[in-house]
Ligand binder design. Structure first.
Ligand code: ZN
Ligand code: ZN
Length: 382
């Protein structure tokens, strides 16, 4: 049997407002209530259907998903990711379909709503912290202080949630089962125990500092050791520095995600660094020394061979980045950018013209490139 449209189930149109949806559901719920339908064998199924429809349409997110995808929105896990949001778990679990409206219709029939927030002892969540460091820090390694918004085990109750550090006791309502059953007409309804919220245990005297949660929110200041060699994407795990566990559960871990900032002078490629250095036309032509910066803050002298062209690379061994776990060190590559002189005065222009006349070797017409160009043009003519 195919599933009926939720709007049809509640007898409303697709454009119905939240109030109209609520009203329609109330009417249906009263109409189909088990007390009035002892001789109607279909009532239970219709009642469930109405509950399910309302459970979806009262929730703006689910309603939007349903309007878009229909029932397919809640099949195959598409509607997942809403813990505690309603029709979760087994589709046939009638108790889970009870809604807030249902509660105020039937009053204390189900024993009221639970206290909420109480769960079994559980491990705290892992936390992620994005930390941006400079290339210099990545080169040298660094000690950084970070502030982590987190929760820590409550010191008043040592994380137990009980005032004075007492032990939780078995819930008297459900005898530790975490669930209660109620018989109503032909329904047997099982629902999460309202006293202990399904935990099976209660704290008679909840800790006043943490309200029985066993942990409190606090920003922690942590000193983090950034090892030399980190790069963007490096993760540093600080075991046990994540969120505190619930009720004495173990803490999660803190993951520091490193992002290395761009540097003004150096570009990094794995372990190697690249630095583009301007070289004057005369140094490039005649040869000479240039001074270049290195990542360690020092300087190196580099010999420029006579006749160097723009783009020529020179390697400085061991002047790159260290590998993260002591696996050696990279090199630095200097890329020469030969600068054409500008703003020449009359004398300089005169000298350059003279220079041009003198050096036939410097005439582009005689270069390898132009020989190839000439060959190309000749071949295209024939
Ligand atoms: Zn406490
Ligand atoms: Zn209980």
């Amino acid at each position: 049997m195919s599933k009926r449209d939720y709007y049809e189930v509640l007898g409303i149109s697709k454009g119905a407002s939240a109030d109209e949806i609520k009203k329609a559901y109330r009417t249906k719920a009263k109409e189909l209530h088990p007390d009035r339908n002892a001789d109607n064998p279909d009532a239970e199924a219709q009642f469930k259907e109405a509950n399910e429809a309302y459970d979806c349409l009262k929730d703006a997110d689910k309603k939007a998903a349903y309007d878009r995808y229909g029932h397919a929105a809640f099949e195959g896990g598409m509607g997942g990711g809403h813990p505690g949001a309603g029709f979760h778990g087994q589709r046939g679990d009638f108790a889970s379909a009870f809604s807030d409206v249902f509660d105020d219709l039937f009053g204390d029939f189900m024993g009221g709503r639970g206290g909420g927030g109480r769960q079994r002892a559980s491990r705290g969540a892992d936390l992620r912290y994005n930390l941006r460091v400079s290339l210099e820090d990545a080169y040298r390694g660094a000690q950084k202080t970070i502030n982590v918004p987190s929760s820590i085990a409550c010191s008043s109750c040592n994380g137990s949630g009980a005032e004075g550090g007492g032990e939780p006791t078995t819930c008297p309502t459900c005898s530790g089962m975490g669930k209660v059953r109620a018989q109503q007409g032909f329904f047997t309804v099982e629902r999460t125990c309202p006293t202990c919220s399904g935990m099976g245990q209660i704290i008679k005297n909840p800790c006043k500092s943490c309200g029985g949660h066993g942990r409190v929110h606090k920003d922690r200041s942590l000193s983090v050791n950034i090892p030399a060699g980190v790069e963007t994407g490096t993760r540093i795990r600080l075991s046990g520095e994540g969120e505190a566990g619930l009720r004495g559960g173990p803490s999660g871990d803190l993951y520091i995600f490193i992002e290395v900032s761009r540097h003004d002078l150096f570009e990094r490629e794995d372990l190697n660094l690249f630095c583009r250095v301007p070289v004057s036309m005369t140094t490039a032509a005649l040869g000479g020394d240039i001074e270049v910066p290195t990542i360690d803050g020092g300087r190196s002298r580099v010999k420029v061979p006579a006749g160097s062209q723009s783009g020529r690379q020179m390697r400085l061994r061991g002047k790159g980045m260290p590998a993260l776990r002591g696996g050696g060190i990279g090199d630095m590559f200097i890329e020469m950018a030969v600068e054409t002189p500008v703003n020449l005065n009359a004398r300089q222009k005169e000298l350059l013209r003279e220079f041009e006349k003198l050096g036939d070797d410097n005439n582009p017409e005689s270069s390898t490139f132009f020989k190839k160009v000439k060959g190309f043009w000749d071949s295209m003519k024939s």
